[in-house]
Design a binder for this molecule. Structure first.
Ligand code: AVJ
Ligand code: FE
Length: 435
């Protein structure tokens, strides 16, 4: 892949991408009252107003001070908005900027950043090449926008956000699983200009043959596990997962409840019947793992997920996305909070991979069996606290992005990670099996 882009084009792309992120941040922080911005809706999450000022503070540190060489505007608040100094549970007790101050601060930073973009060469240093720092900060803001959307989902009370329903799905004629033949493929990337450090470098993997689900596991399929007593049978569960469901009385995905024999879910303040044909959402890694065992299958590894998504057996090439090298459009995938839910399975045939695997990008983050580990040749860039400090056996990798992920933070190579107990995230899964 050759990327030869003019400085003018790179500047336009940097401004557009940052503007799109800010429009979303504004929507998420202006659709509820100020007391909903300062409240903590769950000990798992920050108050929304912390995310808002943290977005501004990260942008100040990277784009104004580091890239722009400008003096600090608010060095006094760096520590309040340092995610490592203060865990989410204690953030409501900090002397946070009030909503109006936080908005004004983020806007002030952004106004100055636009000036920095106009004056800074977008090449000549790793942080500047292809406008990487601007892409990194836009991805950071969009990641916090997804986090804020999770906070909206956890918030009680009437709906604050609305969106049109996703397209209808059709799986008639689709095989339930697809064979991925044994062989080498190139995993990760070196050329992708805005790929983050943990996606690098590109390297070869030899992957034995396997079968993988054509589409993500649906609510309807997951309900069979629930109704078969899956949550009452220890044999399906990893020991820590069994302990978690006992301790918290977990009997179904988060936000589900049973009423008069019917399964209902709460989704952004609206209670509705669980739709059978939609990918299951809000399950932990342990729930995904238990379902897969009950079904006589297993979770795919991260390399199996990526090979199914990117490998083109006809050419031997590795694609940027399942459908090819072109950027995602509304026809390819359910991304960018265009809809406030995953789309039914079979609704994005144009997003299929060369082998015919569907809905790998968008809809739900897909749990994999893999621990979050560095690729061979990994180099932390530009800061250890993005990825490196999280490597190890504590976190599991999720792939593909959810309906809540913006296209700038979603690629065939993009890696997300979380603790295996987490289920407030927009997580689902598909299963695999050996040949
Ligand atoms: C990559 C989604 C796990 O939200 O903790 C945001 C992204 N890093 N600010 C997170 C991130 C620093 C990160 N995840
Ligand atoms: Fe952050």
């Amino acid at each position: 892949m050759t990327v030869d882009t003019s400085s003018e084009e790179l500047r336009r792309r940097a401004v557009d991408t940052l503007t799109r992120a800010r429009d979303r941040t504004t929507l998420l922080t202006s659709s509820v009252e100020d007391n909903d911005l300062t409240a903590q809706h769950s000990p798992l999450m920050s108050p929304l107003v912390w995310d808002l000022a943290h977005i501004g503070n990260q942008e100040e540190q990277w784009l104004l001070r580091t890239v722009g060489g400008r003096d600090a505007i608010r060095p006094d608040i760096d520590s309040i908005y340092d995610a490592f100094e203060h865990p989410r549970s204690e953030r409501p007790t900090l002397p946070l900027l009030a909503p109006a101050e936080a908005r004004a601060y983020a806007r002030d930073v952004r106004d100055r950043v636009i000036d920095v973009i106009e004056r800074t060469p977008l090449h000549g240093a790793p942080l500047l090449d292809a406008g990487f720092a601007f892409g990194m900060v836009a991805q950071h803001e969009q990641q916090h926008d997804e986090t804020m959307l999770i906070t909206h989902q956890l918030r009680r009370g009437p709906a604050a956000l609305t969106a049109p329903p996703p397209p209808a799905g059709d799986v008639t004629g689709l095989p339930p699983e697809i064979l991925v033949p044994a062989g080498r493929f190139t995993m990760g990337t070196t050329a992708e200009p805005w790929a983050l450090d943990n996606e690098r470098p590109a390297h070869q993997r030899l992957v034995p043959a396997y079968y993988i689900d054509t589409v993500p596991v649906t609510n309807g399929a997951y309900l069979h596990f629930v109704e078969d007593g899956g949550y009452a049978q220890e044999r399906w569960w990893a020991p820590e997962g069994w302990a978690q469901i006992q301790q918290h009385g977990i009997k179904a995905p988060l936000f589900w409840r049973q009423e008069g024999g019917q399964w209902l879910r709460r989704r952004f303040g609206v209670v509705e019947a669980v739709p059978a044909d939609e990918p299951v959402l809000h399950v932990s890694w342990y729930e995904a793992d238990a379902y897969a065992r009950w079904a006589g299958r297993r979770l795919p590894s991260e390399e199996e997920w990526e090979k199914a998504a990117r490998h083109d057996p006809a050419t031997g090439r590795t694609l940027r996305y399942p459908w090819g090298d072109g950027e995602p459009t509304a026809e390819h995938a359910n991304l960018g909070q265009r809809h406030l839910q995953p789309a039914p399975v079979g609704s994005y045939p144009k997003g299929a991979s060369p082998l015919g695997v569907q809905q790998l990008i968008g809809d739900v983050w897909e749990w994999t069996s893999s621990d979050f580990l560095p690729y061979p040749g990994f180099v932390a860039f530009p800061y250890r606290e993005y990825s490196e400090v999280f490597f190890g056996s504590e976190h599991k990798v999720l792939r593909g992005g959810s309906f809540a992920v913006d296209a700038v933070a979603c690629r065939g190579t993009f890696r997300n990670w979380d603790l295996p107990v987490r289920r407030q995230i927009f997580s689902g899964f598909r299963t695999a099996r050996d040949v």
